[in-house]
Ligand binder design. Sequence first.
Ligand SMILES: *Cc1c(COP(=O)(O)O)cnc(C)c1O
Length: 376
Amino acid sequence: MSNTLNIQMVDLVGQYHRLKKDIEPAMEKVVGGGQYINGPEVHVFSGELERYLDVKHVIPCGNGTDALQAALMALDLQPGDEVISSTFSFIASVEAVALLGLKPVLVDVDPATYNIDPASVRDAISERTKAIIPVHLFGQGSAMNDIMQIAWENDLFVIEDAAQSLGAHFSMDGNKMKLGTIGHIGCTSFFPTKNLGCYGDGGACFTNDDDIAEKLRMIVNHGARKKYFNERVGLNSRLDTLQAAVLNAKLGHLDDFIDRRRRAAAIYFEALKDVPFLRLPGQGRGVDHTFNQFTVRVPGGQRDKLKKYLNENGIPSMIYYPLPLHRQPVFAPYCRNGMSLPVAEMICSEVLSLPMHTELTEEELLYITQKIKQFS
Ligand SMILES: *Cc1c(COP(=O)(O)O)cnc(C)c1O
């Protein structure tokens, strides 16, 4: 097979062209309407997302990082309080913890699902622990049964980082719930490459708790319930009307986006299942996976060689993430000297994310998987 294909890691432009007739009129309406901030589309979107997630409150905000910061602010924690999270994630999951003067406590992950290891969470609990932030990495839910049990036993808050997993279900005591609606607060991002992406920055918090919702609404709006009457220190964090219009046009397609990702993942699984030098992603109990990323492990020091080989054959791939958070210079003050979280350290040297998006064709997947199988 010749490589005349133009394989991309993500294909946002291709998706836009496919859905243009839904998205363009929605954007034009905003631009022509003049209500660029807090226009009606923002309210419509939060209502629609509440229905989609089956959650009482969706509070839109400027981006996923702000959503996490607002969530932590809404819990009214004290400086020095500890927040436990996964060391294998994007910086944003824990950045706000440090920004607010709280103490990030980073723990190890499960080698198959790449998600936070409940036993490590239990071990990390101290008198000052106040919250846990499970990150549903690459589109798959963390072990929320165990996390909620630990939180309940120790009187802790749970903030779910659902930035990569919007739309995924979790079976909680036999009930199917959407990820992000299980803990006290869920946070997500509408960054263009996420499951539901806009054309710029966007984010949201979700909660079923009326008091927390009211606080969150104030926090993202300069701490004000009423304009020019400010009750607490807040942020200026809004979802633009234009982005809300894009999201309204795309929300109805979210389940189809996820199906497309799952179909691509199924082809990867089937074609790569017997490849001896790969470890395919594992699936947790009661969780479904939305494959925001399809991330394999390449043990034996072969990862960088495979990445180079794929690149030479016109196949992009990415390393999410090369360095665990406990090894990031910024978090050194919070980590014991030489502190080791061996699973995450191993994973960081082995992970490789393959092309994954809603527009991948069978022909492209066939080419990618054939090339991988020829690697030696
Ligand atoms: C993208 C992402 C965020 C942050 O979202 P932004 O909208 O980029 O601020 C937080 N956590 C995780 C796990 C993410 O992937």
